[in-house]
Write a protein that binds this ligand. Structure first.
Ligand SMILES: [Fe+2]
Length: 248
């Protein structure tokens, strides 16, 4: 059994709650699909926890903290520069290890045995491309991406969990009773976001995979604590805290 988490975005309370939930299920293997930092108030602490996981991919916010933010709105860009300053402020080997860790993350991971790929965005553009539920109406886009997927692709980036089938359907976890059975059909599965859920449910989202059985999970966390921290940091817009309450 394996757990898949994504889009933590510096939200330590959410990450701790999700890791505790995973541990309570006795799951040992955890993959993270990127965006450990950006938006949230605890980038360094989140990196420290993610370092111990079995696999982590580079997200667009991680990349922006390392290099230069491109295509971000003003609030997200300010958050990235603040994130970078926090990581630069750290001294000693721990701080250095955090930079090295981010710098060495890969954009794609393939599991040979299950012919599954893992990306942050999409199989076509692992770092930056969004695949939204409405993209099922964009046949050309979806066909091009599915052509790059052998069987299954797990991804994050949009913060909206669900299953995209090759026959161009999208199922939210609620519509399928939070379970999906993998079969011969190609699918893209978005695992949702730990630290900034955007599908009108403020609880953290993650996925477990047990053989062919995919299960979506939601976990409550102490979001008022996270919001309070965001309000106290001038470089992080209050909106970044407010949106956590609404899950959008
Ligand atoms: Fe993200």
């Amino acid at each position: 059994m394996r757990a898949l988490i994504s889009d933590i975005h510096g939200n330590l309370e959410a990450l701790q709650a999700v890791l505790a939930d995973i541990e309570s299920k006795g799951i040992k293997e955890i993959f993270c699909l990127g965006d450990v930092v950006g938006y949230g108030p605890n980038p360094a602490e989140c990196i420290d926890l993610v370092m111990d996981l079995d696999m982590c991919l580079l997200g667009n916010h991680d990349s922006a903290a390392l290099f230069d933010p491109e295509g971000f709105n003003a609030g997200a860009e300010r958050a990235i520069f603040w994130t970078r300053s926090v990581l630069e402020r750290g001294t000693g080997s721990k701080a250095e290890r955090r930079w090295d860790f981010l710098g060495e993350l890969s954009r794609r991971y393939r599991d040979e045995a299950s012919r599954t790929i893992f990306v942050h965005g999409s199989a076509r553009n692992p770092l930056n491309e969004y695949v939204f539920p409405d993209d099922i109406y964009n046949q050309v886009k979806m066909e091009k991406i599915f052509a790059l997927i052998e069987r299954y692709c797990f991804q994050g980036h949009t913060h909206i969990p669900g299953v995209f089938t090759e026959s161009l359907e999208f199922f939210s976890p609620e519509e399928i009773g939070f379970r999906y059975q993998l079969d011969h059909q190609k699918v893209m599965i978005n695992v949702g976001s730990v630290g900034q859920p955007r599908n009108n449910d403020p609880r953290s989202s993650y996925v477990t995979v047990d053989g062919n059985e995919v299960q979506f999970h939601r976990v409550s966390y102490d979001m008022e604590k996270t919001i309070e921290k965001i309000y106290a940091i001038p470089e992080l817009d209050n909106f970044l805290g407010d949106r956590l309450r609404e899950g959008r």
